[in-house]
Design a protein around this ligand. Structure first.
Ligand SMILES: Nc1ncnc2c1ncn2[C@@H]1O[C@H](COP(=O)(O)OP(=O)(O)OP(=O)(O)O)[C@@H](O)[C@H]1O
Length: 709
């Protein structure tokens, strides 16, 4: 479509004025257009700032409105700090919906094809990869999936520093609402979308793998004009999927047929479809099925090694092999086995662990280090904050050497900090206002349970959970959480924070969670005999789950290959979350909790509270103490409960008449113990209040809270 035609459709002339509620924008030129509308360059009249405005067609207005809504939500979670395009505002202009963004330079596709041509250097690809992995980690932890990652949707902001940003959030979807839909181009379509397997955030990793391959090859890794041809290209490159994946698929029959051979059933590619396709194209049909059906330059990912002309230095080759290894882990057919963004950030290709600093460095290695070092933290961000979010952050000195006292034994001391600690910063993907809470390393009740509450494993779906995150978001990674001392923070001070033993962290977590899990036992005491046994068992089981989960977490921080464990643990966590959140539809009260804590210490039986629950619209019983927190009447309630408890106490021991006189010194000690008890309760109450104030109960922000920002 010609530019003047577009201008007519959108009723735009050069110099047109677009008014939002707060600003006036003067149109300068058309930057580009896509499926949903066009993007224009504008000048903000009030400040002279140049911005990019995305205008929707009238027909696609609601898509743009949806995009705006999602953008607001991720902005609230701090997206701009994680290599995602800055979103300013949205407004309506002559019936079209407008989204205002910061102005970026050039798409990665155009950059690779026109500016660089023939593919980017690996040292540059590494810088871009890290930034995109950071963006993906952020999205994963915000429980959202971009769904349309491709070179055209990544824009270069600074060509010199290779600063890139993710754009186009038209398909941004909360993980729990994901469906198999066609959103990205045919050649970027993931195996799960081809086969109709359960789709989740790992679809972004597939697309990123394809994008990175494009950056190296200067051309698309997979091509094909229709689904079948694309699928053939995929399997030629990566092999056929495992039977398990095909068994899980809803539409495997598009490409495979189940064959009975010698009593056993197995899946086989449907050659008849290919012949049919060839007949349609007037091409000769296949005489015999051949494994390399389409003519491809690259028949496996290993072929990438020998693709570029010219001789490579040993370091370059080593780096390339590392890159291919990362690609192989990103382009796994089974989404459940694909590498996660957090794991990818720890891959050798990013950390450059294959280039030990103790050895004399070749010019190639020096260039690689320099490029990664250019990468700066966003303005206003201090390294101190970020490192504090990770209990196991590894520190590095200005020359990039990690202190040998690091708690992480899996990587050697010669690990180089390739960039400031993104990974540690990513552990705190929370609204900015909440981010000043203490870190798990130094604050007992700052365990980010808000994200734990919203955790679901890939295979588990629960309506009661608003969203899902990775298990590793709760317990920050150790091995690659590196910080650089170059940004003005002494490595010693960071080291002291970073060296918090994992065990201690787990113990702290256990202390926080113990009252809740143990509460189940307390309430069980009031239930009738038959049910009591069952509930006791389930409470014991829950205790076990919690303990094993925490153990696994600590183990996870030690090991690198923990994907399976992560899933299992997160599964258990979900079950635990149910317990914590809804406590098996029983009531909880701060006083009960402290009682319970007492019970653990003294092992004396105690009556459970008989507070009544309030039911929500969904018939969920909201524990009374949670209501109390939100009503901010909790302290009074706690005191009330304490009083009730105090007055009830003598009755449980016997009537006043029968009570023997208490000697003076014993009275004093009783009074003191009472004071201690009240103090302990208050202390626990404060901690619990703090702990729950960090929880985002409903998994997402409301527009009201957004407006308050
Ligand atoms: N912030 C920006 N700064 C400069 N140019 C931009 C910006 N955002 C988008 N563009 C340009 O506009 C084009 C279309 O943008 P975008 O991908 O967001 O629109 P779309 O309608 O969703 O496209 P698609 O059909 O590819 O999904 C981009 O390829 C890019 O060239």
């Amino acid at each position: 479509m010609r530019k003047d035609q577009i201008r007519r459709i959108f009723q735009l002339e050069k110099g047109a004025i677009l008014n939002s509620k707060t600003s006036t924008y003067r149109l300068k030129k058309i930057l580009g257009y896509g499926g949903f509308g066009l993007v224009v360059k504008c000048i903000k009249q009030e400040t002279g700032e140049t911005v990019a405005i995305k205008l929707s067609h009238r027909q696609t207005r609601h898509y743009c409105q949806k995009e705006g809504k999602e953008l607001k939500q991720i902005k609230w979670l701090g997206s701009e700090e994680y290599n995602i395009v800055k979103f300013y505002e949205e407004f309506s202009y002559r019936g079209q919906w407008c989204l205002v963004f910061e102005l970026l330079d050039i798409t990665l596709e155009d950059f690779t094809k026109t500016v660089v041509s023939g593919g980017l250097k690996l040292v540059d690809i590494r810088v871009i990869t890290e930034q995109l992995l950071v963006a993906l980690t952020f999205l994963k932890r915000s429980n959202r999936v971009h769904r349309d990652i491709k070179p055209d949707n990544v824009m270069v902001q600074d060509r010199k520093k290779l600063k890139v940003k993710l754009i186009d959030f038209s398909f941004l979807t909360p993980v729990r609402q994901m469906r198999n839909v066609d959103c990205c181009p045919q050649i970027y379509k993931s195996p799960e979308d081809h086969l109709n397997v359960d789709v989740d955030e790992s679809v972004d990793m597939w697309n990123l793998g394809c994008t990175l391959a494009f950056l190296y090859l200067g051309d698309h890794l997979i091509d094909g004009e229709d689904d079948y041809e694309t699928w053939l290209n995929i399997v030629t490159l990566l092999g056929h999927p495992e039977e398990d994946l095909l068994d899980r698929a809803d539409t495997p029959f598009h490409f495979y047929a189940k064959i009975d051979s010698e009593g056993e059933q197995h899946w086989e590619l449907r050659e008849d479809l290919l012949n049919m396709m060839k007949a349609l194209n007037n091409e000769p049909s296949l005489v015999s099925p051949s494994p390399d059906l389409p003519e491809r330059k690259i028949k496996s990912l290993d072929d990438i090694e020998n693709l570029r002309p010219g001789k490579m230095t040993p370091d370059e080759r080593k780096d390339l092999l590392c890159f291919i290894d990362l690609l192989k882990q990103m382009l796994v057919l089974d989404p459940l086995k694909r590498i996660t963004p957090n794991e990818a950030l720890k891959h050798h290709f990013i950390t450059m662990e294959h280039f030990p600093v103790c050895k004399s460095n070749s010019p190639y290695v020096c260039e690689a280090r320099e490029k990664m070092a250019i990468y700066k933290l966003p303005e206003g961000e201090t390294l101190g904050d970020s490192s504090a979010t990770s209990p196991n952050s590894k520190t590095t000195t200005s020359d990039g050497v990690s202190p040998s006292s690091s708690s992480d034994s899996s990587s050697d001391s010669s690990v180089v900090t390739t960039s400031p600690s993104w990974t540690s910063r990513l552990n705190d993907v929370r609204p900015k206002k909440q981010r000043n809470c203490k870190s798990p390393a130094n604050g007992m009740y700052s365990v980010p349970i808000w994200s734990l509450m919203a955790t679901t494993p890939r295979s588990v779906h629960s309506d009661s959970l608003s969203s899902k995150t990775s298990y590793d978001s709760v317990y920050p990674a150790s091995s690659s959480s590196k910080t650089s001392a170059t940004n003005g923070v002494s490595s010693e001070s960071l080291k002291s924070e970073a060296s918090t033993p994992e065990g201690e962290f787990c113990d702290q977590t256990q202390t926080v969670l113990k009252p809740f899990s143990s509460h189940l036992t307390s309430n069980n005491a009031t239930v009738s005999d038959g049910k009591q046994e069952k509930r006791q068992q389930s409470a014991d089981q829950n205790e076990k789950i919690l303990t094993s989960s925490l153990k696994k977490t600590s183990a996870m921080t030690d090991t690198t290959n923990t994907k399976e464990m992560t899933r299992k643990s997160s599964c258990e966590h979900v079950r635990f979350n149910h317990i914590v959140t809804y406590t098996d539809k029983q009531s909880l009260h701060p006083a009960d909790i402290s009682d319970q804590q007492e019970k653990i210490q003294t092992s004396s039986p105690k009556k459970s509270s008989t507070v009544t629950d309030v039911k929500t619209k969904n018939n969920y019983k909201v524990p009374r103490f949670i209501q109390a927190i939100f009503n901010t009447k909790a302290p009074e309630l706690a005191d009330q409960m304490n009083k009730q408890h105090k007055t009830k106490e003598p009755l449980t021991k016997g009537s006043e008449n029968t009570k023997a006189p208490v000697p003076d010194n014993e009275k004093r000690s009783e009074n003191t113990s009472h004071l201690v008890e009240v103090k302990t309760r208050k202390k626990y109450w404060k901690r619990i209040q703090k702990f729950f104030s960090n929880i985002n109960w409903f998994g997402c922000c409301t527009p009201k809270t957004y407006e308050n920002q």
